[in-house]
Write a protein that binds this ligand. Structure first.
Ligand SMILES: [Zn+2]
Ligand SMILES: [Zn+2]
Length: 276
């Protein structure tokens, strides 16, 4: 077993990196990659504040556990136009071995060319409360879901093109708090946007994760990306890796049938280890 999307108490995880490693070793994992939420230039409850401490601790665990498990130092990078567009400085500063590229925060179009962005200018599409999603959509996009979703995929595509992350993080997470209320995934305008991103992942030759967290948190009935997108990815032979997006030790085991599903549909390229 392996997992390359792992959080800890350095960001919004519930356990220390050591506790995550101990659990992984006890359950026979061969590799564990840490990807805390990258530092952001505003106060919030989920991203890393002590970046140096995080990198040093993961590196120390890497040497300490070298004979039992391979540990990798990574980061789940947020792409925020006007705030955090280039991943290189954090990669170099931390000496990272890989990145997961994700979009969780979307600037309102009206604010993106004015003064420096603050947390108030961002639509947060993740987190545990769907009310935050609803409020942000109303505040920043006047409740216009198509504009909001378009901005999401536009940012996702810009992030992929500019930074080419090692792994594409949950590319359709915008559906999570939608809960089939504002739109359905089979609407042509939505399908077109999501498929454009999948085709871009293919063109850029990137690895995409199959993220299981929505299922075991009871927030979404499907993987990110959803099964209909995985079918398209299968025809394009996009390499995939199963991610639990673990925030606590026991999450590491929550693969939610992803390997079995991929085998069942004959998915051609399921990576067991990250080529880094
Ligand atoms: Zn994420
Ligand atoms: Zn994550």
């Amino acid at each position: 077993m392996t997992n390359y999307h792992t959080h800890s108490c350095y960001c919004d995880g519930k356990a220390t990196p050591r506790e995550m490693v101990e659990f992984a070793v006890a359950h026979g994992f061969s590799e564990l990659g840490f990807t805390g939420h990258c530092p952001l230039p505003f106060e919030n409850s989920y991203s890393i504040t002590d970046y140096e401490g995080y990198c040093n601790e993961i590196r120390a665990l890497k040497s300490e556990y070298a004979d039992r498990i391979k540990i990798l130092l990574g980061l789940e990078m947020d792409y925020v136009p006007g705030m955090l567009e280039d991943f290189t400085p954090l990669i170099e500063q931390g000496g990272l071995e890989y990145t997961i590229g994700s979009v969780h925060l979307i600037p309102a179009p009206s604010t993106s060319h004015l003064a420096p962005l603050t947390a108030d200018d961002l639509w947060m599409i993740d987190g545990s409360r769907y009310q935050t999603y609803d409020e942000g959509l109303m505040k920043h996009f006047g409740g216009d879901i198509r504009r909001g979703v378009k901005a999401y995929f536009h940012n996702e595509n810009a992030m992929l093109e500019r930074n080419r992350p090692t792994v594409v993080g949950h590319p359709d997470k915008i559906v999570m708090h939608n809960r089939d209320r504002y739109f359905h995934e089979d609407e042509p305008w939505y399908r077109d946007l999501a498929l454009e991103t999948i085709h871009l992942i293919h063109e850029l030759g990137l690895i995409c994760e199959i993220n299981t967290r929505g299922i075991y948190k009871g927030r979404h009935a499907d993987y990110y990306p959803g099964k209909w997108l995985i079918q398209e990815m299968k025809t394009l032979c996009i390499p995939v890796i199963v991610s639990t997006d673990a925030h606590a030790p026991e999450d590491l085991l929550r693969t939610e049938g992803a390997y079995e599903y991929l085998r069942e549909i004959g998915y051609p390229e399921v990576l067991q280890t990250l080529p880094v």
